[in-house]
Design a protein around this ligand. Structure first.
Ligand code: KIV
Length: 274
């Protein structure tokens, strides 16, 4: 079983012989417990909470309090995996003091590090968090909190200049001390180039096979999302259909009088039978 922490994850470069980092999102005690039992390295309490759990259209609609609420639930599973929590939109955009205070809320809720989106523009925030002894994971490429600025969910780094900019951003974040970086929605070659150029591990989602690890949203993997899965999603189960099937059978049994039966009812004490 893995017992990952920020320094041990930082050392996980595949080119140095390390095993790929396995990261998956979790939002509550059961998803954390079941995913941890599968021996993943990192549980991400992602701000995808907004879409996949709370039913919003994008990740802009989740607050630091809501994130902390779900970090607490994930931490209640006492996972062996490292717990990283997303800093939600606007929790780190309005000054470094506010960012440190908000990251502290997530750490006190049970996270062991925080993740934030963006490149060189986040330099001061990353520095302040690390000065406050909070390990930081970066997130570059198709950063979902930029959906309005990007004009949609579009693959990033598709031109030579854009790819170069991503590399510069990644190098700035690395120089500020982040321990790993998520690379999302870029051509496989860009994922490979960033992985080659960085000393810290890259964790890809739609970034090709060459990154130092992979991350998926657990609801996508389990077949529990209403949205059409992105190209990079591999669905390993169809729990949505399994849930509807199980609940349909329950509804049928209730309506037909088949549930509950004698075994599912408490025995009648003799005194009541009199
Ligand atoms: O919030 C999230 O689920 C994420 C992953 C897509 C990396 O940030």
């Amino acid at each position: 079983m893995s017992e990952a922490n920020a320094p041990s994850l930082r050392a996980r470069k595949r080119r140095n012989g390390a095993a790929p980092i396995v990261m998956i999102t979790a939002y509550d005690e059961p998803t954390a417990r079941y995913a941890d039992a599968a021996d993943v390295d990192v549980l991400l309490v992602g701000d995808s909470l907004a879409n996949v759990v709370l039913g919003h259209e994008d990740t802009l609609h989740v607050s630091i309090e809501e994130m902390a609420h779900h970090v607490r639930a994930v931490a209640a599973a006492r996972p062996r995996a490292h717990v990283v929590a997303d800093m939600p939109w606007l929790s780190y955009h309005v000054g470094t003091d506010a960012a440190v205070a908000n990251a502290g809320i997530l750490i006190r809720a049970g996270a062991q590090s925080v993740k934030l989106e963006g490149g060189a523009t986040r330099r001061e925030v990353v520095r302040a968090l690390i000065e406050a002894e909070i390990p930081v994971m970066g997130h570059l490429g198709l950063t979902p909190q930029s959906v309005l600025a990007f004009g949609g969910y579009k693959v990033q780094g598709k031109t030579r200049d854009a790819a170069k900019m991503l590399l510069e951003d990644a190098l700035v974040l690395q120089s500020e001390g982040i321990y790993a970086v998520v690379i999302e929605g870029v051509p496989a070659l860009v994922g490979a180039q960033l992985t080659l150029a960085l000393d810290i591990p890259t964790i890809g989602i739609g970034a090709g096979p060459a990154t130092d690890g992979q991350v998926l949203v657990i609801h996508d993997l389990l077949g529990l999302t209403k949205r059409t899965p992105a190209k990079f999603v591999r669905q390993y189960a169809d729990l949505g259909t399994a849930i509807t099937d199980a609940v349909s059978r329950y509804a049928h049994d209730v309506r037909s009088g088949g549930f509950p039966d004698a075994n599912e009812s408490y025995a009648n004490p003799p005194e009541l039978l009199d």
